[in-house]
Design a protein around this ligand. Structure first.
Ligand SMILES: [Zn+2]
Length: 455
């Protein structure tokens, strides 16, 4: 049981599309005026398809002066806000995968490698081989923490690094064991709190059992590294084996755990004692999004039935949002839909998707290629939620029209939505969604779009 859970967790966290490619398969795509939509004239193999209601972004403009972010998206892997920066993962025009950031004040994007002359090749650029996981520094938005794969002459290591983009410095805080075919590690970032980076290490070991059979074991360790001293400690407590879920966030008083397997969200103190129950949810459901609002000290969780993800006719269409306040009491929000798939929290609105599936054809994996949310995003204002209005108005703010799909990470701030670009591929009677490894920015109010192509 435990093994299945760990594997599922890793596949979620380490998810990288294996279908990234550039073969042209659909000749009907209109690429007229392509340059208008993208930042540069770089030719790429991306097929750009744009819903009819979107036009190229001419100018980046905030609808108010607030460019600082109060919302911590705890799940989203690809967009990490820090102050007025939004860190995101994308690929350069030549296909190199890298972390970059957008200034939410100016709208401009920059690679984390600060050298404008760097060609970002393995020999010259120290900002390559970073993991998909980063944690941002609460106090300094020019600093983040990530894992880096280091290839030494005789071995490969994973190092936990502090990346200081303002001073162009990468400092190794902790170096893991050398990786071999038989002994290797996976690392999962948990959270930063009180000057320490908490993470889970899963050590895999393959051994011959004496009868010629290879036996694989997985040993999880819950650990932290002190950012200043680099001291790294393996914590010895009840929670290390992940059978009680994953620690996902921490504030001054509590460490918060999400246990998707046993369907509960709870907290412990920093001694990993005195559990406090917060929320339990139904069998067949998962927490699909988790946000923390720093300003109001509240969590927002969307809980949705698994079945909705890959069925045209799901029987269980449960989907709702819960809010947890500072005192850890939980309320189910009065939302316009009871079939919410995902949610995206901002300071003023809850944006969300609803179960409204569209099948685009036969998937190479069997079954149908299903777009569970129909490519649409709605929103409801937090004011109307807080005033306890009985009739909430569902406002449609985005429709991908079968051209843009919400299959990747997504982050919304002000009127801007940042999301991963997925395209629909049709080949040999099959249809599937392909992650193009590019980020796009859509202004939901002005109805503009821009591809954030990195140089
Ligand atoms: Zn570089």
């Amino acid at each position: 049981m435990k093994k299945i859970k760990i594997t599922a967790l890793l596949s979620a966290i380490l998810f990288v599309s294996t279908m990234i490619g550039c073969d042209h398969t659909d000749n009907t795509i209109d690429t007229d005026n392509l340059d208008k939509y993208i930042e540069s004239n770089h030719t790429t193999d991306i097929q750009y398809e744009i819903p009819s209601w979107l036009t190229p972004e001419e100018k980046y403009q905030l609808n108010n002066t607030v460019s600082e972010n109060n919302i911590v998206p705890i799940f989203t892997s690809n967009y990490k806000p820090a102050g007025d920066r939004l860190y995101y993962r994308s690929s350069t025009a030549d296909g190199t995968s890298m972390w970059a950031y957008i200034s939410m004040t100016t709208g401009e994007s920059h690679l984390v490698c600060p050298d404008p002359l760097c060609k970002h090749t393995a020999d010259t650029c120290q900002y390559l081989n970073f993991s998909m996981q980063i944690l941002v520094d609460e106090n300094d938005n020019t600093v983040f923490y990530t894992l880096k794969t280091i290839t030494a002459p005789n071995a490969t290591y994973t190092a936990l690094c502090r990346v200081d983009t303002a001073n162009d410095m990468i400092k190794e805080l902790y170096r893991g064991n050398p990786q071999t075919d038989r002994e290797y590690d996976q690392y999962i970032f948990n959270f930063i709190s009180k000057g320490k980076i908490y993470f889970t290490n899963i050590h895999y070991s393959k051994k011959d059992d004496g009868n010629g059979n290879m036996v694989r074991t997985e040993t999880p360790h819950f650990m932290y590294t002190d950012i200043i001293s680099g001291e790294t400690v393996i914590l010895d407590n009840l929670y290390i084996d992940l059978s009680h879920g994953e620690p996902r966030y921490a504030d001054e008083a509590y460490i918060y755990f999400l246990d998707q397997h046993n369907k509960r969200f709870y907290a412990t103190d920093y001694n990993f004692e005195n559990e406090r129950d917060i929320l339990t949810f139904e069998a067949g459901c998962q927490v699909s999004n988790l946000y923390y609002d720093k300003k109001h000290k509240m969590f927002y969780l969307s809980i949705s039935a698994d079945e909705m993800d890959n069925s045209m006719e799901a029987e269980n269409t449960t989907g709702y949002i819960c809010r947890i306040d500072e005192n850890l009491s939980c309320e189910k929000l009065n939302m316009p839909s009871n079939s919410i798939l995902k949610s995206y929290l901002t300071d003023d609105y809850i944006y969300y998707t609803v179960y409204d599936p569209i099948s685009y054809g036969t998937s190479p994996r069997g079954g149908s290629s299903i777009d569970a949310d129909g490519g649409k995003i709605y929103r409801v204002s937090l004011d109307s939620i807080n005033s306890n209005e009985t009739m909430q108005v569902q406002e449609l703010v985005f429709d991908g029209e079968g051209k843009l799909f919400l299959h990747g990470s997504c982050f919304i701030i002000n009127d801007y939505m940042y999301t991963d670009y997925y395209t629909l591929v049709k080949e040999g009677g099959m249809t599937w969604f392909r992650n193009m490894d590019k980020a796009i920015r859509i202004n939901l109010k002005e109805k503009t779009i821009k591809w954030l192509i990195l140089q």
